[in-house]
Design a binder for this molecule. Structure first.
Ligand code: ADP
Ligand code: MG
Length: 255
């Protein structure tokens, strides 16, 4: 039990047509906790992350971040879907990094990072730029501010995407297979940035097949299959001594 979770997923259910993709998922995450979410393709990991920042609308249940229902406001005991502006303001607190980087191609690395803080948070440009340069430094790309995404390797683009998410000063960072699209030699630098973030106390939920990262950096591993959490616990336990046959089977396949 986590007394005061930063993120609380409560009986979240989501179907596409007749297919139940998330089946009453509940998951609490403490502030500063780093959680690896693993599971076979199609088990609902991306859908769970996308519901966490309301890119996807659940059928029932809710996600709370810092006590606020994501995507909704609570009025007179009823949930009302947030209008777009309020939603994008709320999303500032929930950073998301995708497998495919999703940078704006016509903007430089620096411009990608400062766009949100200026456009959504309405912060002054000078302050935002200074922070952005710190973030470029954090992700090891201080000299690449003026480059366009097409001039950067996949690993560099992903590190810019992480800096861009961090520029919004999120409470929690969601990573959806952030290294899956990268050439093997570029994976390490991205994982290193994530390791640094974890060390700084960022709350993180990471969908990944990088079992070494899960074991060394994460506080908890959650194994999902068929829209349900099958098993979770300390990395050493789940990864080395899984209780469930489905977890054992999955790990045998990927290791
Ligand atoms: P994972 O990330 O674990 O691979 P997903 O959350 O992407 O799994 O998908 C879970 C299931 O939901 C899969 O069967 C997938 O085909 C289905 N699914 C995901 N997104 C959609 C969508 N937009 N429309 C219909 N089915 C979808
Ligand atoms: Mg996925």
């Amino acid at each position: 039990m986590i007394a005061n979770p930063l993120v609380s997923v409560r009986t979240l259910t989501k179907s596409y047509g007749h297919k139940v993709v998330l089946n009453r998922i509940s998951l609490d995450i403490a502030e500063g906790e780093v959680v690896a979410l693993i599971g076979p393709s199609g088990s609902g990991k991306s859908t769970l992350l996308r519901c966490m920042n309301h890119l996807e609308r659940q059928d029932s249940g809710c996600v709370l971040v810092a006590g606020e229902p994501v995507g909704y406001s609570l009025k007179n005991g009823e949930l009302h879907e947030l209008p777009d502006r309020a939603l994008s303001y709320q999303r500032r607190g929930i950073g998301m990094v995708f497998q495919g980087f999703n940078l704006f191609q016509h903007m430089t690395a620096l411009e990608n990072i400062i766009e949100g803080p200026i456009g959504v948070l309405k912060l002054p440009r000078a302050e935002v730029e200074e922070k952005a340069r710190h973030l470029l430094d954090l992700v090891g790309l201080a000299d690449w501010a003026d480059h366009y995404p097409s001039q950067l390797s996949g690993g560099q683009q992903q590190r810019i995407a992480i800096a861009r998410a961090l520029a919004m000063r999120p409470r929690v960072m969601l990573f959806d297979e952030p290294t899956s699209a990268l050439d093997p030699e570029l994976v390490g630098d991205v994982l290193e940035v994530m390791r640094t973030l974890a060390g700084e106390g960022m709350t993180m939920i990471v969908v990944t097949h990088e079992i070494g990262f899960a074991r060394e950096v994460c506080d908890r591993v959650v194994f999902m299959a068929d829209g349900e959490i099958v098993e979770q616990g300390e990395p050493g336990q789940v990864l080395s001594a899984p209780v469930h046959e489905r977890t054992r089977d999955f790990l045998r396949r990927i290791l």
